[in-house]
Design a protein around this ligand. Structure first.
Ligand SMILES: [Zn+2]
Length: 250
């Protein structure tokens, strides 16, 4: 069976466009963006990429006004399409920020794959990132605590047709996922690309891309945009409502 990708939105996050999505552009413009996860079907294993965001109380603490309506959590949504969380074989994490790894312990039979640098940083982030990773320093329990991961350290094929590759910058160990479908090779970019605005760039200013607003390394973030765009033109950004216009990518 050919591989296909189904985007699943686990909630809505309110952000400032110029602070989070397109650095320095449209500062002060508040928008709602989806917290996307991706189900990869048709392969020799059933794969989920990211497990999505927290319920409303924590989501609102992270970004005021964010919400996860009843039934929007990843497990409820999978059940709606006939997938039991127990049936997921592999969960690949693009990174371990709060809006990408909530409810991960529900996937009791899954292997959890993350980049080594991401896991190391998530466990001991610099203080400005305590909130993003829900650090115990703040009296919180991160979603990934006591979970055993398979760590990868570079490009690696997970199953035939599904490959992870490093795209750091948004976070130190961020990775993206390439999926070979009959329609071409799609890149599940994670937060290396927030929305299609990042990919449109600003041709008048000779900018092939617009940098994202949140990053641990500006240079790595830029290199990852270049790397992703070189690899494919079929790019699925991590927080773009438009990807939901299509139910399945194949
Ligand atoms: Zn995110």
């Amino acid at each position: 069976m050919a591989l296909s990708i189904r985007p699943i939105n686990t909630g809505m996050i309110q952000v400032d466009t110029g602070i989070h999505i397109t650095q320095g552009r449209n500062v002060g413009k508040k928008v709602y963006i989806p917290a996307l996860t991706w189900l990869i079907e048709g392969g020799e294993k059933l794969i989920l990429v990211d497990t999505g965001m927290a319920a409303t109380k924590m989501a609102d603490w992270h970004h005021k006004g964010s919400y996860q309506d009843e039934g929007m959590d990843i497990c409820s949504q999978l059940q709606k399409i006939g997938v039991n969380p127990k049936d997921i074989d592999i969960v690949i994490f693009t990174h371990l920020h709060w809006d990408h790894c909530y409810n991960m312990k529900e996937f009791v039979n899954a292997e959890y794959i993350v980049h080594k640098k991401e896991l190391d940083f998530a466990k001991d982030p610099i203080p400005p990132y305590y909130r993003s990773y829900e650090s115990p320093v703040l009296g919180l329990e991160p979603p990934f605590v006591d979970v055993s991961f398979t760590v990868v350290e570079g490009e690696e094929q997970i199953i035939p047709g599904v490959t992870v590759f490093p795209t750091p910058g948004h976070s130190p160990g961020h990775q993206s996922v390439e999926v070979m479908t009959d329609g071409g090779n799609y890149i599940i970019a994670g937060d290396a690309v927030f929305t299609e605005e990042n990919l449109k760039g600003a041709p008048d200013e000779k900018l092939p891309f617009l940098p994202i607003g949140r990053f641990t390394s500006y240079l790595e973030m830029w290199d990852s945009l270049v790397k992703i765009a070189k690899r494919s033109s079929l790019i699925l950004p991590g927080h773009d409502l438009k990807v939901l216009e299509k139910e399945i990518y194949k």
